[in-house]
Write a protein that binds this ligand. Structure first.
Ligand code: HPA
Length: 269
């Protein structure tokens, strides 16, 4: 893993990518943010050593380097999901690559199903915490101290300072946001009504199929994380309706502009 990460880092440095201020993983709903980036370099995943080619429609695979205001950003347009069959190591490799390119701050976004009865489709949730319900842990196996310690502190997985900063921006631009806990399941099935109920009983506000492995990897590396989620469907008892990938994408579009604005302002200042 170490050699692979270093190989990818060297490749990207040769392409001209240096010390970005922010790493951004653009999940469903954050596609719009690409328009806010003054793009300097775009590299398709198939050209990047050790990157996978995303198999999910709506998750195109390219790495983007550029600026938002005076800040340098590296953005993954398309992420690797565990349910695609990638190993956890393959899923988190880009986060490790970002770290060794010099990234200290990671912004992740995703789409999720809301189980909090106050949520509606198209709502935005700032992730305050997560519950890892993935079947495999990304740090399982012998620990490589060059990435981080064996036992990783997770007392503040999502930066309280960054959440407070984002709440202020949301207030300033009159964009309503919720705060809540994200629970990650493997997928690719959406949840049954009983599973949504379980998610709620376990203490989460939303459920999805990504983000948690990347954030765990980032915390292992000592990075600061911020997460934002679009509620694309509801898993609320008595209200669970049929859901499809197309509907998730359509619902994510509702919030795309707002999330783009929020993250643009967040990165700029
Ligand atoms: N469950 C899991 N993942 C999701 C959902 C959901 O309801 N919506 C968007 N991603």
């Amino acid at each position: 893993m170490w050699n692979k990460v270093q190989e990818t880092v060297k490749f990207l440095q040769k392409k001209g990518i240096t010390a970005p201020d922010y790493g951004i993983i653009l999940g469903t709903g954050l596609g719009n943010l690409v328009e806010k980036i003054d793009i300097e370099i775009t590299i398709p995943y198939e050209e990047i050593p050790n990157f996978q080619v995303s198999t999910v429609s709506g998750h195109s695979g390219e790495l983007i380097f550029g600026t938002i205001g005076t800040k340098k950003v590296i953005a993954m347009r398309g992420r690797f999901h565990y349910y695609e069959g990638w190993s956890m190591e393959q899923t988190i490799l880009p986060v490790r690559v970002m770290k060794f390119l010099g990234v200290e701050n990671l912004i992740v976004s995703n789409a999720s199903g809301g189980v909090n009865p106050n949520f509606q489709v198209g709502d935005i949730m700032l992730i305050t915490d997560h519950i890892n319900f993935m079947p495999e842990h990304p740090l399982n196996g012998p620990n490589d101290e060059r990435f981080g310690p064996r036992f990783v502190d997770m007392h503040e997985p999502y930066s309280l300072e960054m959440i407070a900063k984002m709440e202020q921006i949301a207030l300033k631009f009159n964009i309503p946001v919720h705060k809540g806990i994200y629970l990650a399941l493997q997928g690719p099935t959406f949840e049954t009504p009983a599973e949504y109920k379980m998610v709620k009983i376990l203490g989460a506000d939303a459920v999805g199929m990504s983000t948690v492995p990347e954030v765990i990897a980032a915390k292992h590396l000592g990075m600061t994380c911020f997460g934002i989620s679009v509620i694309t469907d509801l898993g609320i008892e008595g209200k669970v309706e049929a859901v499809s990938h197309e509907e998730v994408q359509k619902a994510a579009k509702i919030a795309e502009k707002s999330i783009g604005k929020l993250v643009e302002e967040f990165v700029k200042f």
